[in-house]
Design a protein around this ligand. Sequence first.
Ligand code: TYM
Length: 337
Amino acid sequence: MSEIVETPRPKRALSCIQPTGTPTIGNYFGALRNWVAMQEEMDCFFAVADLHAITVRQDPAKLRQQIREMFALLLAIGLDPEKNVIFVQSQVPTHAELSWLLACNTQFGELSRMTQFKDKSQKHADNVNAGLFTYPVLMAADILLYQPDYVPVGADQKQHVELTRDIAERFNSVYGNTFTVPEPYIMKKGAKVRSLQDPTKKMSKSDENQNAFISLKDDKDTILRKCKRAVTDSEACVCYREGKDGVNNLMELYSAVTGQSFEEIERAFEGKGYGDFKMAVGEAVAAELAPVQERFAMYLQDKAQLEALMKQGAEHAYAVSSRTLYKAKKKMGFVMV
Ligand code: TYM
C-alpha cells in the first residue's frame, strides 16, 4: 500500500516599503535584498505602502512618481511578478477597511508606546495627525490580511510586528481563530545600517545631510565620495569593537555585500588605513547596485507595462485579502450579504 504524503502549505511572507524618497542601502540590505532571497523559498506578498506615506504631508505629483519608482525598484532588485504578489497598498481597498476593524481592537496606550510615533511626532511637530498615531494598526492590517508566517523587516520595524502579534492574538481570543500570528524575520547582516555621518542613528532616506546615506540611485562616484567622508575614529584599525560605531557600520556593510566575516575583513585590512577600507566598501556597494540601477531605468521607461503589473498584483492581492476580511467581519457580527 502506498503511503499518502501530504505536502505542507509553503510558508508565506509579507512585507512592505514606503514610497517616500529614494530608498537607501539601509532599506536594501535591511529588507529588500532579503525579499529577493525569500521568493525562492516562500509564497511572498510585497507591497508599496503608499497609504502609510501620507501620515507625513506629501506633494501629490511627487508621491505619484515615487509610487511608480518604488514599484519599478521592486522589480529591478529581482522580485519576479509571476512568482510573488507585488502590489500597491492603496489599490487594494481591504487594507483600509481591516485597519478600522483592528483600530477598534487596539488600545490607545499600546499605540502611545510606539517609538516610531514618538520620533515622528517630534520630527513633524506641526502635523501630528491621527494617521501618524494609528499607523501601526494599518501595518497590522497589511500583514494579517495575508495570513503570513513571516514578516521580513529591519530592526526598526520589530516593535510594530510585535504589536501586530498582540492585536492578532487578542482578536483570535475574543472572536475565535481568524489570523495567523506572524513572526518578525530579521536578518542579522544589515538589520540596522547606520548613518555614515552619525553612526549612532539608523541610516534614513529623510536625513537632511546627503552624506549620511547612500541612495539606491547614487552613481559610483557619489558612493565612493560618501564612503570616503564616512565618520570613523582616529585609531586607524579596521576592527569590529565596541565604541567604534563608524568602523563597525562600514564593516557590517562590507560583510553584508561580500559575505565575509568580521575576522576575514580584519585580516584582509590589517595594517591598512581607513582610506583603503572605505574605498573597498564603496567599490563593493557600487558593484552590487549597478545591475539594479540598470534594470530600474528600464522598468521605469515602460509606464504601460508597469501599470499592467500593478493591476495584476492588486487583483491577486484583493482576491487573497478579501477572504480574510470576510472572515473577520463575519466573526465580529457584521451582516454579510
Ligand atoms: P520603511 O519604508 O521605512 O522601510 C522599509 C524596510 O526597510 C527597513 N529599513 C532598514 N533596515 C536596516 N537599516 C536601515 N537603516 C533601515 N531603514 C529601513 C525597514 O525596517 C523596513 O523593513 N512601516 C514600514 C512599512 C510597512 C510594512 C508593512 C512593513 C507598512 N506596512 C507591513 C512590513 C509589513 C516602514 O515604514 O518601512
